[in-house]
Design a protein around this ligand. Structure first.
Ligand SMILES: N[C@@H](CCC(=O)N[C@@H](CS)C(=O)NCC(=O)O)C(=O)O
Length: 226
């Protein structure tokens, strides 16, 4: 602690993120905070300990899910809504004009509809195979997740042809949000080299100042209530 802090008292942390390093939507919010340069405290919510169904947690998260972002006293849920809230309040990664703001929203909805669910499914398969979650996913279901993830990644690659970023000349929350899924797809052994535009864009995302990959950004060891 510096002498200035000692006289002024502890710094009040504005943002507290509840989630898990293994949670893809938690990474989306953490990445937004990180790339925006906004410090945050991280609280690990253990699914094994059913912390997400405890009354105190349900009081913040009506669906009993992570992530939850506390911004001061207000609890925010749903990663897409949280990321939009952060863009507005921090003034970072917003689209520059009304037309591209609408395009950003469309990409967020597309991601939640088409890209994130199959990648999330593939990651669940990987957690099951590594015996980190007690799941039973039939091989046919696992194959379907993989096919759907591939189709969505193929689409994203096509949409990135001739563009540096998805909706504007600069990265927006649409890029951050979709990139998080692509990062988890890579963890699930999808080889981005297959998709030239996607690989180039992912390289631009990982080169952004402050960027950190999922398990570099969120550590179990750092969590305050693991
Ligand atoms: N649409 C939500 C999805 C959140 C979600 O699926 N969270 C998972 C962890 S990655 C969860 O909390 N699962 C526990 C449950 O649903 O009971 C978002 O984007 O925030």
């Amino acid at each position: 602690m510096t002498s200035a802090q000692a006289t002024r008292g502890p710094i009040v942390q504005r943002f507290t993120l509840y989630g898990s390093p293994h949670s893809l939507p938690t990474y989306k919010v953490a990445l937004m905070l990180r790339l925006s340069g906004a410090p945050f405290a991280f609280r690990y919510v253990s699914f094994q300990k059913r912390m997400h169904k405890a009354p105190a947690f349900l009081a913040m998260s009506r669906w009993g899910q992570v992530p939850v972002l506390l911004d001061g006293d207000r609890a925010h849920v749903q990663s897409a809504a949280i990321v939009e809230h952060l863009a507005e309040t921090l003034g970072r990664f917003e689209a520059p004009a009304a037309a591209s703001r609408q395009a950003v929203r469309e990409f967020l909805y597309w991601d939640v509809d088409a890209l994130s669910p199959p990648v999330y499914g593939c990651y669940s398969v990987s957690l099951m195979q590594r015996k980190l979650l007690p799941l039973e996913i039939a091989p046919a279901v696992a194959d379907l997740h993989r096919q759907r993830a591939e189709a969505a990644l193929e689409k994203l690659d096509a949409l990135l042809a001739g563009r540096a970023f998805l909706c504007a000349a600069e990265p927006t929350i649409a890029d951050l949000f979709c990139y998080a899924d692509v990062a988890f797809a890579e963890i699930c052994a999808f080889d981005l080299a297959r998709w030239k535009n996607l690989a180039g864009w992912a390289g631009r995302m990982t080169a952004l100042p402050g960027f950190q990959a999922p398990f570099d950004l969120l550590h179990m060891a750092d969590s305050e209530n693991a």
